[in-house]
Ligand binder design. Structure first.
Ligand code: 5CU
Length: 366
């Protein structure tokens, strides 16, 4: 049995230096009341100067940037292979003129980190999405030739206008042509106002548990509505956190589309692919949902051959300082065990075989 973690992040040292050099979100810094602990501030709204500095962002240490720590974590949790990706907010915040070089350097660095542990590490590359579209397409083409790259990670903002922006078509076309998977991951959540005036009392729960999945669901629904998968019928997208709420809401989304008079009048209902068809042919889902119920919805929506194990390391570490194993990871393992029961084949597929086949981790495909 092989165990593959396809949702596991890294901030390579070069990116950490960039974050340390900044004073606006995203950034890393120490605060006067806790000078020994660096904090990583990345999410919109977690930089509120009226809250104690120690409640801003999250403590950050070598597990975020040291590849040896990643491999130690893999060993502790019996993970054979990891497909690492730059964590949010990727390069979304960089000025256009800096993004192309930054993406090249980060992708080269990450490929180099993978080379240090042959057979154990692969990666999703990073795109310079604030740069002109030609620069982005060039980086897609360059990634195809890199030994350890197996697709790309991106957020929901695309070139700044979301993933239903037709200006993304050349990028989708290049990814489809080269069979490169998009790992779609949230970052921006929902507008802070929806969390209410007491939001700062509740830590990160509302943005992470609800903002992230709803952001993802909205982004994918906009892709569906704009016909991305009608134009790019082979484009494959791996959606973080078991698709946000997509498996649960797919029926409602499909019904709302079918009953929309405006879409009908515009002729947009003819020839469109149903949501369920896209889910079964173009969507992979990670298994980072921490419950049997969520996993079963994901399997019903896309199939057990499209579900892939992940951990979200280095996020969600144990809060108990002495813990070696991570409760977040073990919860996911237990949920997979419960969801598949005696169906060992499907369980092994989800834990690793699907990733090996889909991402060509055994090099069988040229
Ligand atoms: O804890 C968090 O903020 C996060 C994050 O930002 N990104 C992620 O992938 N997981 C958790």
């Amino acid at each position: 049995m092989v165990i593959v973690d396809i949702h596991t992040h890294i901030y390579p040292p070069i990116f950490v230096s960039l974050l340390r050099s900044r004073t606006t979100v995203p950034y890393i810094r120490t605060f006067p009341d806790a000078p020994d602990s660096s904090r990583l501030i990345i999410l919109p709204g977690e930089d509120d100067p009226t809250t104690p500095s120690t409640s801003r962002g999250r403590p950050v240490g070598p597990q975020y940037w040291d590849i040896a720590e990643k491999v130690a974590f893999m060993d502790t949790h019996k993970i054979d292979i990891s497909v690492i990706s730059l964590a949010n907010p990727w390069l979304d915040f960089l000025p256009a003129e800096e993004a192309g070089d930054a993406a090249r350097q980060i992708n080269d660095d990450v490929d180099g980190l993978c080379a240090k542990y042959p057979g154990r590490l692969y990666a999703f590359g990073t795109l310079p999405l604030s740069a002109p579209v030609e620069t982005v397409v060039k980086e897609v083409e360059r990634l195809v030739g890199m030994k350890h790259m197996r697709g790309i990670i991106m957020g929901t903002s695309g070139l700044g206008k979301g993933l239903d922006d037709p200006a993304l078509d050349p990028i989708y076309a290049a990814l489809e042509k080269h069979g490169q998977v998009i790992f779609l991951h949230p970052h921006y959540g929902l507008p802070g106002s929806v969390y209410g005036p007491r939001a700062s009392e509740y830590g990160h729960v509302l943005p992470l548990a609800l903002g992230f999945p709803l952001e993802t669901t909205i982004a994918v629904t906009r892709m569906l509505l704009s016909g991305v998968w009608d134009r790019f019928q082979k484009l494959q997208v791996l959606i973080a956190h078991s698709g946000g709420t997509l498996p649960f809401l797919a029926g409602r989304i499909e019904s709302c589309i079918k009953h929309d008079g405006h879409l009908k009048k515009e002729g947009k209902l003819k020839g469109r692919r149903p949501v369920w068809d896209v889910l079964k042919k173009n969507i992979y889902l990670d298994a980072v949902i921490y419950s049997e119920v969520g996993l079963k919805a994901a399997v019903d929506a896309s199939g057990s051959d499209r579900l892939l194990f992940g951990t979200d390391h280095p996020f969600f570490p144990p809060l108990e300082e002495q813990a070696t194993e991570w409760a977040s990871v073990n919860t996911n393992y237990q949920a997979i065990g419960a969801a598949f029961g005696d169906d060992e084949k499907s369980m092994h597929d989800v834990l690793g075989n699907n990733a090996v086949t889909i991402l060509n981790l055994d090099g069988r495909r040229s």
